[in-house]
Structures are given as C-alpha cells and as structure tokens.
Unconditional design. Structure first.
Length: 150
C-alpha cells in the first residue's frame, strides 16, 4: 500500500501567509526562513527544516503525525507487511518518517503492527508508471500463455 501526496487545485505551492487548519502557528518572536519567500513547496520546507528552521521542522513533524494516524487505520484494516511513503513526500525522509512511525506505534493495534515496515519509496516519482507497466506485462504474459497452449 502506498500513501501518496494529495493534489490540490493550482500548482501545489503555498503563498506566504497561507495556513492549513492544523499547521503550527509561529510563536511570538519565532521566525522562519520561509517568511522571506513569496511562495514555497514541500522541498523548500524540507530544506528549511534541515537548515535548522524549527517552525519548518515542526510543520513536517505534524504532517508525519497526521499521516501516521491515517496509516494506522490502514494497518489495522489490512495488516500489510510494508507501508511505502512515496511521491513528493519520499525525499523528506526521516524528518517525516520518524513522527509517522511514532504515531503508527501509538494508534495501531499491536497484533496488526507486528512486523510492519514503514519506509520511503526508492523508485522516485515514476513509481506508478513502473507498477502499471509491470502489471501489464504480468497480465499479458498470463493471457498469452493461455492462448498459445490451446
């Protein structure tokens, strides 16, 4: 199963000053390097967090916690062996995965959680295309074996 980054109308960039419902609010006197940017996206937030921006790191951790809650529901329902985080979220790495794993451990049922591995995708942005091609090859191989056996 793969959790993917959602698509919003527009180009997916956020204007400075926009705030999602659960995004952390800056504390009095706390500044972020993102405030100097007119627009920013997940890559900019990740770079800021890696450079020591506490507000950007807090935002990524909150996203990881929310994704972990959602992943725990999927783990409880389907009991997968692996949960792969892909798309635009995969390059964030442990900044996102550590809070995600902590939330999964907190919310998932112990029997369902046993043996589940949570990791970032290594296939990059074209993972869906690779999967579709593999599925088509497997389907065509099965179909043609049946046709040529007769």
């Amino acid at each position: 199963m793969q959790l993917r980054q959602g698509r919003l109308p527009g180009d997916g960039r956020v204007r400075a000053g926009d705030r999602a419902g659960g995004a952390p609010r800056p504390r009095r006197g706390e500044t972020s390097s993102l405030a100097a940017l007119e627009t920013f996206d997940a890559r900019d937030v990740t770079a800021a967090a890696r450079a020591g921006d506490a507000l950007a790191a807090s935002a990524i951790a909150e996203v990881g916690a929310h994704l972990g809650l959602a992943a725990s529901w999927l783990i409880n329902a389907y009991n997968p062996a692996v949960v792969v985080v892909g798309g635009g979220l995969a390059p964030i790495g442990d900044l996102l995965l550590d809070p995600l794993r902590a939330a999964v451990a907190r919310h998932a049922l112990a029997p369902a959680l046993r043996g589940v591995e949570i990791r970032a995708s290594v296939l990059g942005p074209d993972a869906e295309v690779r999967g579709a091609v593999l599925l088509a090859l497997q389907h065509s191989e099965t179909y043609y074996r049946v046709v040529f056996r007769a």
